[in-house]
Design a protein around this ligand. Structure first.
Ligand code: HEC
Length: 134
């Protein structure tokens, strides 16, 4: 009898600990999702959004070197983020193009082609329609 009870408690302990592990991994996933969202949100709000954003100024040709640097640093934080929705490899390509585009400008390429390439990579709708949650 005691052996039987012992077996039950052992199996209960096992399921309890797997439950604990499940709960832990679920909260880890949620935390990662939050961090991901925060990274992208920061880039959007501080880099891309509005007429006075570093992005808008860059397009208008009025961004200072500091603003270009800020935008470059912000955009780089998107590397390795998870696509909130849509195909990850498609998202990775868009982020890589955006990084390459801003890197060229930050690196001193002032040609109209470099600006056009950045502008295309930074196309808001082009990325949002596939990867921004509704
Ligand atoms: C390479 C992809 C990409 C490009 C280019 C892009 N965005 Fe975004 N943006 C996103 C993603 C992904 C989200 C959703 C983030 C989330 O909800 O986790 C987002 C969200 C936003 C948000 C909402 C932020 C919030 O959560 O409060 C704003 C505002 C925004 N983008 C502005 C812009 C503007 C303006 C442009 C163009 C000048 C632009 N974005 C270009 C990927 C992009």
């Amino acid at each position: 009898m005691p052996i039987f009870i012992d077996a039950i408690t052992t199996s209960m302990k096992r399921s309890l600990s797997s439950l604990a592990i499940l709960t832990l991994s679920a909260s880890a996933i949620f935390a990662a999702g939050d961090a991901n969202h925060e990274i992208i949100e920061k880039v959007m709000k501080e880099g891309m959004k509005g007429d006075s954003s570093p992005h808008a100024k860059l397009i208008a040709g009025t961004a200072t070197a500091d603003e270009v640097k800020t935008l470059t640093d912000l955009i780089h934080t998107m590397t390795g983020t998870k696509a909130p929705v849509g195909d990850q490899s498609n998202y990775d390509k868009k982020v890589a193009a955006l990084v390459a585009g801003i890197d060229a400008i930050q690196g001193g390429n002032k040609s109209p082609e470099a600006l056009a390439a950045y502008k295309e990579a930074a196309n808001c709708k082009g990325c949002h329609s596939a990867h921004k949650p509704k």
